[in-house]
Each structure stands twice: as structure tokens, then as C-alpha cells.
Write a protein that binds this ligand. Structure first.
Ligand code: BTN
Length: 241
């Protein structure tokens, strides 16, 4: 995998989008610090220098880069913090217990007949943030350090991330159907009662009854209707974890 390591950048996603046409397929752009880290739904992504992994993966001819990035980061975390219970929270957040440890931001970079044929999958993974820094995030968050009780060497972790992403990529190239099945299996909240906060600002209550072939969340609403949502935030009552 082609690896680009930057010291500081506005956002690794913005960098990968700007240089998309010059970067080979599967390039991973990383930075030690982001001055304008971006999250889903227009939110900011807190990006203190030398603390976390900020990485963006350039992918061509892949219909749903979020599956690959979400599973890759999940395997990376399991490999580096064995014994902790990491899982995917739709669409591709990675949680441990009630707290988020990593998030994925996918952006379409190239389209053909209205379909995405090239994308950037950005990954923010909390590695060495202290409990104090984590407390400044507006939702429950953990880092590898807060879970494991020691700091990690960011530079040594990159080959491990690269390996996990590459493994997922190879599996997808051979059997995309099996990768989708893996992704579905790791979505811990399927079957649960949820509140979906949609991109339209509305909150909808219902049962997360499954995922559509494109990864959309199928919500079974109280009136019995099934609706598919492609973005939004899933919330649960505390008793659901
Ligand atoms: C989320 O909202 O959960 C997604 C967060 C994605 C953050 C990562 S950090 C690396 C890449 N560059 C960005 O600006 N955002 C993504």
C-alpha cells in the first residue's frame, strides 16, 4: 500500500480529495496533526497533534468504502488491544462499551452515471488521548491509552493499520459478498430499538431491523412501515448496551 506521512495538514480527507487523481489506488494519507479535521454531518473532528491516527484511504472501483474502512479499523483495534470488546455502530463508528473510539468519514471523489467510482475513506482513531482530553469531546469517548493504561507509538502502529486495511481489501477483491456479511455481523445494534437522528434534523424511533445491500439502515417504524436511511446517527437507551 502506498503510504504518505504528513506532519500537519488541514484534513487528510481534504488532502486526499484535492490530490485524488494523482494518488494511486489504495494510497493511505496520514498526518500527525490536522488543523481542520472533519467528522460526519458537518461536525468537527478533534485532532490534537501527535495524539491519534488521522488517515485517509484512496479507493477506486469500490461501491461502499465504508464497509472496508470500518472493518479494517475494527480488526486493527482488536489486534492492538486484545480482550476489549470493540464493535461497529452504524454506519461505521467503532465503539467499546458505551464510548466511541473511532469514526469514519467517506466522501465520493469520482462519479460515473451518478454512481461513486472513487472515494476517500477517512479514519480518526483515538490512540493516546488522555482522560482529560477525552472529556472535552461532546460524546462519550475512549482511546487505546485510556483502555489499556499505557501510551502507544503512533509511528509503529501505522504498519499494523496498513496490514488490517490491506487484509480487508484483499478479502473484498475476492469475495465482496463475504465482506458485506462480515460487516453486517459486526453491526452490533441490529435488532435493537433505536432513535435515528436523521440528516434532516428529525428523530425517528423504531427497530433497527437490518441493512440494505448498499449498507442503508432499515428502520421498522411503529406504524409497521420499513424505511431505509443512508445517513444519520443511531442513539440507544443506556439499557441497550
Ligand atoms: C465521524 O464523524 O465519526 C467521522 C470522523 C472522521 C475523522 C477522520 S480523521 C482523518 C480524516 N480527516 C478528516 O478530516 N476526517 C477524517
Amino acid at each position: 500500500m502506498n503510504l504518505i506521512q504528513l506532519d500537519e495538514v488541514d484534513s487528510t480527507n481534504s488532502y486526499a480529495m484535492r490530490h485524488f487523481h494523482d494518488l494511486p489506488d489504495c494510497t493511505l494519507v496520514t498526518a500527525l496533526s490536522q488543523t481542520a479535521g472533519r467528522g460526519r454531518q458537518g461536525r468537527k473532528w478533534l485532532s490534537p497533534p501527535n495524539r491519534n491516527i488521522y488517515a485517509s484511504w484512496v479507493l477506486r472501483n469500490i461501491e461502499n468504502p465504508g464497509f472496508l474502512a470500518g472493518l479494517g479499523v475494527l480488526h486493527f483495534l482488536r489486534a492492538n488491544a486484545p480482550g476489549h470488546d470493540f464493535f461497529l455502530k452504524w454506519p461505521n463508528d467503532i465503539y467499546c462499551g458505551r464510548a466511541k473510539i473511532a469514526g469514519i468519514l467517506c466522501e465520493g471523489a469520482e462519479y460515473s452515471s451518478g454512481r461513486v467510482v472513487g472515494a476517500v475513506a477517512g479514519m480518526g482513531i483515538n490512540i493516546n488521548m488522555s482522560p482529560g482530553e477525552l472529556a472535552s469531546i461532546d460524546q462519550a469517548a475512549v482511546s487505546l491509552r485510556s483502555l489499556c493504561g499505557h501510551e502507544f507509538n503512533l509511528i509503529f502502529l501505522l504498519p499494523s493499520l496498513d496490514f488490517s486495511l490491506h487484509t480487508v481489501y484483499i478479502r473484498y477483491s475476492k469475495r465482496p459478498d463475504l465482506l458485506f456479511a462480515d460487516w453486517k455481523k459486526e453491526n452490533r445494534l441490529i435488532g435493537r430499538e433505536i432513535v435515528l437522528a436523521g440528516a434532516d434534523g428529525l428523530q425517528r424511533r423504531g427497530v433497527f431491523s437490518g441493512v440494505a445491500p448498499d449498507g442503508g439502515l432499515i428502520l421498522s417504524e411503529p406504524d409497521g412501515r420499513l424505511n431505509v436511511f443512508r445517513c444519520g446517527d443511531v442513539h440507544l437507551g443506556a439499557e441497550c448496551f
